[in-house]
Design a protein around this ligand. Sequence first.
Ligand SMILES: Nc1ncnc2c1ncn2[C@@H]1O[C@H](COP(=O)(O)OP(=O)(O)OP(=O)(O)O)[C@@H](O)[C@H]1O
Ligand SMILES: [Mg+2]
Length: 659
Amino acid sequence: MSAKNAATLPAKGVWRGSLRTLLAVVMVSLLLAVSGVLIAIDFNRARNAAFETAEGHMRGFEERLIARMQSLSGETSGLVNLIVSIANSFLAGPDERIADKVTILRAALARSPQIDGVYAGYPDGGFFHAVNLSSTDWRTALNAPPNAAMAVRILNPNDGAPIGHILFYDAAGKQLLRRTVTGWDFDPRQRAWYRAAAGGSGPVATGPYSMATTRTLGMTISQAHKGNPEIVVGADVVLDHVTRFIASERLTPSAVAFVVDADKRPLIHSDRRLMNAIAASKSERDFDPSSMRDPLLEAIRAKPPSLDSMGLVEADGRRWVVLGSQVDSAILFPGHIAVIAAPVDELMAPAIRGLYQGLAISGAIVVLAILGALLLAHLITKSLHQLTTSANRLQDLDFRTPIEVPTRVREIASLGGAMNRARDAIFTFGLYVPKELVRKGLESGHFGRTARRQDVTAIFTDIYDFTTISERHSPEEVVSMLSEYFDILNDTVSAHGGTIIQFLGDSIFAMWNAPAADPDHAENACRGALSMRARIDAFNEKQRQLGLPQFRTRFGIHTGTAVVGSVGASDRLQYTAMGDSINVASRLEGMNKSYGTTILASGAVFEQCHDRIRFRPLGKGQAKGRTTELDLYEVIGVIGRVDEREPQALAPRPLPSGN
Ligand SMILES: Nc1ncnc2c1ncn2[C@@H]1O[C@H](COP(=O)(O)OP(=O)(O)OP(=O)(O)O)[C@@H](O)[C@H]1O
Ligand SMILES: [Mg+2]
């Protein structure tokens, strides 16, 4: 692998993508990690908060439900107990002391809308029943007058021919209407509430059952009168009050609340459909709750949660949070359990919404981060690309363009400054070393002492009587003229694919086919020499006009094998070529003096390109220090062109690609 390639590939195991991608990947990864952790923490917090909130709501709701049930039970049993204890008016028959009974009951019923009615059953089958007409069921059942607030139903056994009446009262207790009822077939002594309490002392609860008249589901608290244990006072509690309460508060859209009795049979349910099923079932002797086919109810009955602690049950393909609490010491609901259940997915909905919001916000942040990373990376990589372009220009030994890297990143700015200093250093260095040589060294990666045998074409030039010129002009003038002159030679040699290897006083040593390969090196060397001669003619014409000396120049060209490479001390190398072929080119340059020629080439050069370059044969000649003779040729011009003496730069044959 060449040094150039090795220098561009990153070391193994590091990032191989662009910086822009790297920055984006790093920033996005960091943001994803951070936002992921934050979202997870936030979601966890939100979930815990959701559960805590749910638990708080459920407990609060449960407490209110139980308090409602307890007050229901307490108020009802309290009222019954009051009547049996002090209301002697109830010791009188059903149609006696009615006004006293109405006075006691009117306020009580107005105060406790959940009490559907209060009544007394007599051992002779008589019956007194005060009804709260806030219930539409009763209004309809009794066909109550519009402003009636309370109705009193009286059944007088009348020695086997029972007579019934209904009296309607307004809210102030004024009697509005008295209606006789016939055919009323009702015997309180057959009712469960009577049988359960008659002869006893304490309150008893019966039910739930569908009320005889309104068919609504209710329960009864009844108690024997202290003055006559065969007279039983009872009060009906319509459970609809509890159902409406538990249906009024929905923790979540699908949350449910219900009450099961000590045998885990549902008594009250927030779901109206199930409540109707419960009500309908109360007339059945052995009601089987599973007939309600409610998966949640079944799941909770199968795995009742421990009381007062949050439990989880699976039902209907959902997970439910369940809280069950004992209703406690209520006469009406002994051993009953109030259960609240809410689906986890709904409880978690706020947390999940928060999660999605968090994900959306994080997504937006990640997108912004990507854009920011790309922008940042663009800012950085743009500068780095500019630096890379500058470095490539340096690698191509193009020192003309200063390295300007507009950047806000201090490190990059200092890198640009360092590269500018390196550019200046290399530029200075480049003044002393043929660019092509450095280029080839970069490509081949061979910089140390290297030497190899190959064919090359060498040109040596020399200025006539430069010593005399130097004698007649100040060193500053000589250097200035020589610099301009060498610029001409250097540009022209490079333009024809050659490389000036050395400047030797007033002469140069240029080479073709090394360090840059060139299959037409002999031809291009001749073209280069012709072009240099043309441009030196123009230079000399200018010198003449300025009254300055002319740099008449001799060229010697030879092609052959030489050892080419870097020689010298380990820290001070000189790239050059050595061998007989190079000496011949140098001798040919000097032999121009005796042949009166300008560009003298060897037979080897002629052999390489006599079909493209015009030569004038000069016969054989002996170079100083050599034993063998050389075939000598003057290089006249390019075949197919007018005389080359006209000052025109010859367009070099395009070098083969790959140089
Ligand atoms: N290899 C070299 N390295 C450095 N300077 C050199 C080298 N060869 C010659 N010079 C210098 O270049 C100048 C010209 O030398 P050169 O031998 O070309 O004589 P000249 O006056 O130009 O006559 P001629 O017409 O023979 O070239 C001299 O001042 C000489 O010191
Ligand atoms: Mg000279």
